[in-house]
Design a protein around this ligand. Structure first.
Ligand SMILES: [Zn+2]
Length: 272
């Protein structure tokens, strides 16, 4: 009896929720930006596999950030390398790429950051009006009195001082409140690492990994880079992403893997 009542209540809730979503559904679209200049292919065995799983394998890495349009609102996911970064700086800044679609920096409502490394955070300071969405453990590292090596805290100055808005996230975050864009906790590469799930009407769900995996061979085999913060968390996060991918039939996009660039149309086109 209890089970029947619970089942009925759950069913009713889902039904009402479904109606509400249909009535207010904002169109969600997604595009990739080039956020760094690719270098020569990288031999991945030493640094990117703590079990030496890939002797002789060289892979082409790229640097990706993403722009999500939700109704009339914009979100950025990661901000790539700084324009001052030696060799790897993007050819065109994020601000100048957004200008191609007539979007000004102040129109970016949210900047979601997967993690604190320089290749994901270099241009965040171009968006001081945006609310920063960041994992709690990343924020702890960025605001530490003595940030550890590899924590690219400098471009976060406006948020650290309290001039700009930040939403620090201990758990997943439903960004627009309608289930269409969700920041997922995927720790392991760094303590508070996040990935992003974007549900598109035509393409279906897209899971953008951040650096929870750097390339498909590691993703497929639960491979862990030797420099990751926590091995067990990395494996658990890959398991989570694989289950979401299977359950939602999601497209998996690994930000650094050159083979995933063409999963989205070339900017300024957006996937729908
Ligand atoms: Zn990276």
């Amino acid at each position: 009896m209890n089970r029947m009542l619970t089942g009925f209540a759950l069913g009713a809730g889902l039904f009402i929720g479904g109606l509400a979503t249909a009535a207010h559904a904002a169109e969600v679209t997604l595009a990739r930006l080039d956020c760094g200049t690719p270098q020569d292919p990288v031999a991945v065995n030493d640094r990117f596999s703590d079990t030496y799983a890939f002797p002789g394998l060289k892979l082409q890495f790229v640097f990706s950030c993403y722009v999500i349009k939700h109704g009339d609102e914009y979100m950025l996911w990661d901000t790539g390398h700084s324009m001052a970064a030696p060799n790897v700086a993007p050819k065109v800044s994020v601000v100048d790429q957004l200008a191609k679609i007539d979007v000004k920096p102040d129109q970016i409502k949210y900047v979601g950051i997967s993690h604190y490394h320089a290749d994901h955070t270099g241009q965040v300071d171009s968006f001081p009006k945006a609310t920063l969405l960041i994992g709690a453990r990343e924020w702890e590292a960025i605001t530490s009195p003595k940030p550890a090596q590899g924590v690219n805290f400098k471009p976060f100055e406006g948020w650290i001082k309290g001039d700009n808005k930040v939403e620090v996230q201990p758990i997943d975050k439903d960004v627009f409140g309608d289930g269409s864009v969700i920041v997922l906790r995927t720790p392991g590469h760094t303590p508070g690492h996040s990935s992003l799930l974007v549900k598109l009407a035509q393409m279906g769900p897209v899971l953008i990994t951040g650096d929870a995996a750097h390339f498909h061979e590691n993703y497929d085999t639960d491979g862990v880079p030797a420099f990751n913060f926590d091995r067990a968390q990395t494996v658990a996060s890959i398991e989570r992403m694989k289950k979401i991918g299977a359950n939602l039939k999601a497209t998996i996009i690994i930000q650094h893997d050159a083979r995933d660039v063409e999963k989205l149309p070339a900017f300024p086109a957006f996937a729908k």
